[in-house]
Design a protein around this ligand. Structure first.
Ligand code: PMP
Length: 481
């Protein structure tokens, strides 16, 4: 994908259109824009370069006359050649190489979201991250200040991570989740995404089935598909995953579930359903991958304990993370499972990144053992609950006739289901034009839906309110057309 993050220098004596020609030519010659790449529209380029469209037209005409660019069918412009002269050596055919790797590209909506999240001026109404306003800066400074004396060195660590953190997590998981795990059952990862990645390349055969709730966060990623597995959606009701729809669980299948404050629907699997799911999977001898990214973020009452806490037969691989409760930038997560499993994952981890950041691991150790993490979580729950209440009131005001939604008891998300069919693509694009970045429900689902994943964790509540008001007006307008 071509991105333009440069502007011509208007003070320079070289005419603007010449500077643009040089810029484009340099990009092509350096292999950044391989042959066949499609350039943005003239309007988009004029905007990106901060120039008139006529300037773009002149630059394009000249590059086309050199044979560097060509106009394609349907009016687009593509890179045709990367040689000004025959003396110049050609870069490798990067487009061919780029298309060859086994890891699939992100969904294009997600690529857009990933890019636009860093553009100023957008209200992000679906971001799965705590607001910068909720960042506990003082607590983090305190912990960091106490660290220099505690860190003996910053060498490589063993396959399971920092032993002190393993011990701290073992005690904390027992206390908080009733999970009985020794440090030898716990591996520290660089975020829980790495846990998913390791499971996908270490434990499953190509062609095997990974069952998930439909919709599911996992469906928005290409991790398992890239490793040759297929995802199968299992429907969800207010008590959680309807496991009885899993028809045949072959020997190679796995169930991935987010039982507590599910992403994207906010659902909590009931205690009864948890027992049934565990029973079903044990009978089938099908492992469970339990993703508990949001479990600590409850509001009024604690949700049922993790599936892993009921696991007497070593059937569950459990994943936790600090990303949703405090700081995704620390890149710290943990995988809990039978020793044989964590050793296998740890062995591959050593071959891929040799361990998560030791600074982050020491920080996490201090955070847990000082007791500060638990105190912080209590405050965070209160703040998140207030944000949830505010978001629900705003929805009541603007979306009562337009959509239905859940009242989450924890986590970040409200699953807003529109009552009428509208093109979600159009809603996404129109919202973008209005400065609103949203997460369309389609990217998490197996079939088309008309839902939006809202998050009350990120946007400033007043911004969220304004964005939701204009989104409602936009959707109403679509319906009238
Ligand atoms: N699992 C779930 C359910 C998530 O929502 C996320 C973040 N969106 C992750 C895993 C990834 O988190 P991490 O930063 O720990 O890799």
């Amino acid at each position: 994908m071509i991105t333009i993050d440069w502007k011509p220098n208007k003070q320079d004596k070289t005419p603007i259109y010449r500077q643009i020609i040089r810029y484009i030519n340099d990009k092509i010659a350096a292999g950044d824009w391989p042959i066949g790449s499609r350039l943005p529209s003239q309007r988009a380029m004029a905007e990106a370069f901060g120039v008139n469209r006529s300037t773009i037209v002149s630059a394009m005409e000249e590059l086309i006359s050199y044979g560097i660019l060509e106009s394609g069918f349907g009016g687009g412009t593509r890179v045709a050649s990367n040689t000004w002269s025959l003396r110049m050596s050609q870069p490798p055919d990067w487009n061919k190489y780029i298309a060859s790797g086994p890891f699939r590209a992100n969904l294009s909506t997600i690529q857009t979201i990933n890019k636009m999240e860093f553009e100023p001026g957008y209200i992000r109404i679906g971001t799965g991250e705590l607001s910068p306003e909720l960042y506990p800066g003082r607590l983090v400074s305190k912990i960091f200040r106490s660290m220099p004396e505690r860190i003996p060195n910053l060498g490589y660590l063993g396959p399971l991570g920092l032993p002190e953190l393993g011990k701290a997590l073992s005690a904390w998981l027992k206390e908080n989740q009733g999970i009985d795990a020794d440090a030898s059952n716990i591996m520290v990862t660089s975020g829980s995404l790495q846990g998913l990645q390791l499971v996908s390349v270490c434990m499953l055969k190509r062609g095997s089935n990974v069952y998930t709730e439909a919709p599911s966060y996992l469906k928005s990623l290409q991790i398992f598909q890239s490793a040759g597995m297929q995802l199968s959606g299992v429907s969800l009701d207010e008590e959680g995953l309807q496991y009885w729809h899993i028809k045949e669980a072959s020997n190679d299948a796995l169930l991935y579930t987010i039982p507590t404050f599910h992403n994207p629907t906010g659902t909590v699997m009931s205690q009864v359903r948890r027992k049934e799911v565990m029973g079903f999977c044990q009978k089938q001898r099908m492992p469970i991958l339990e993703d508990d990214a949001y479990g600590q973020l409850w509001f009024d009452e604690e949700p049922p304990k993790a599936l892993k806490s009921m696991d007497k037969t070593g059937s569950v691989i459990y994943m936790g993370t600090i990303s949703k409760t405090m700081a995704p930038g620390l890149r710290i997560g943990w995988v809990v499972g039978p020793e044989a499993v964590v050793y296998r994952l740890g062995d591959v981890k050593m071959q891929t990144d040799y361990g998560a950041s030791s600074v982050s691991q020491w920080m996490m150790t201090e955070l847990i053992t000082s007791g500060d993490y638990d105190i912080y979580l209590q405050q965070l729950r209160t703040e998140l609950k207030a944000r949830r209440d505010y978001a629900l009131a705003v929805l009541e005001k603007h979306f009562a006739g337009l959509a239905t939604w859940n009242k989450p008891e924890g986590g970040f998300y409200i699953w807003l289901r529109l009552r009428h069919k509208v093109s979600m693509d159009k809603v996404f694009q129109d919202a973008l034009k209005a400065g609103i970045l949203l997460n369309p429900g389609n990217m998490y689902d197996y079939a088309e839906n008309h839902a939006i994943r809202l998050s009350y964790a990120y946007a400033d509540p007043e911004d969220l309110s304004r964005a939701l008001a204009s989104l409602a007006a936009m959707i109403e307008k679509h319906l009238k057309r």
